[in-house]
Design a protein around this ligand. Structure first.
Ligand code: AMP
Length: 213
């Protein structure tokens, strides 16, 4: 089964992805996580994507598509994948679908997490992240442990460069101008399930899992 977990930054895609990928028995592929891994490790790819990520802009399609294509060649991806943060342009979406069709697969469902812009802005600006294990916190709703340590791995929790206020606005604008059109494209021939993601995490999870059944 191939699933696209869709929605603006801060919609909760990362939060919902692990339960969803476990339930569907497919690996979670987050292009943002892959890029952050390369940034942390100072690889050539990391250097290539740094300025786009820090500015809240999209990494060029050809770079993203190459990264995803090589991830799809890995053994655990042959039975399907849960995509998180990809595709983010109609071009990426078309190329993904063409690749899947070439391999006898297709996008089975797009789960669209719907959240108002004002909520996204508040969530992202208050978000704090553990760059070591990926756990996320919120300054008001779920603060990290004492001394700002991660409650899962004890590393230091920080504000992601791209969660700073100015960049957050840019990411939301980028979502509307370049990523939201993927939805209109998907609705023409792919099953799209809209999920209200402005409700408690547990309820969102139930709705996401129902969409995968
Ligand atoms: P995310 O963690 O999904 O919000 O991604 C963080 C940043 O990585 C984005 O703001 C983009 O700069 C970059 N990025 C991640 N996925 C993509 C994608 N599919 N296309 C272009 N840029 C991406």
């Amino acid at each position: 089964m191939d699933v696209i977990l869709f929605g603006p930054p801060g919609a909760g895609k990362g939060t919902q992805a692990s339960a969803a990928s476990m339930a569907a028995g497919i690996p979670h592929v987050s292009t943002g996580d892959i890029f952050r891994h390369h940034l942390r490790n100072g690889t050539e790819l990391g250097e290539k994507v740094r300025r786009y990520m820090n500015a809240g802009e999209l990494v060029p399609d050809e770079v993203v598509v190459e990264v995803v294509a090589s991830r799809l060649e890995e053994d655990d991806a042959t039975g399907g994948v849960l995509f998180d943060g990809f595709p983010r342009t109609v071009n990426q979406a078309r190329l993904l679908r063409a690749w899947l069709k070439d391999h006898g697969r297709d996008v089975d469902v797009v789960v669209n997490l719907v959240v108002p812009d004002a909520v996204v802005e508040a969530r992202l600006s208050g978000r704090r992240s553990c760059l070591a294990c990926g756990a996320t916190f919120h300054v008001q709703h779920s603060p990290p442990g004492p001394d700002g340590a991660c409650t899962k791995c004890d590393s230091k929790v920080v504000q992601r460069e791209d969660d700073k206020a100015e960049t957050v606005r840019n990411r939301i604008d980028t979502y509307h101008s370049q990523t939201a059109p993927v939805l209109a494209w998907a609705r023409d021939g792919i099953r799209v399930v809209d999920v209200d993601a402005n409700q408690p995490i547990r309820l969102v999870r139930e709705a996401v899992l129902a969409a995968l059944r």
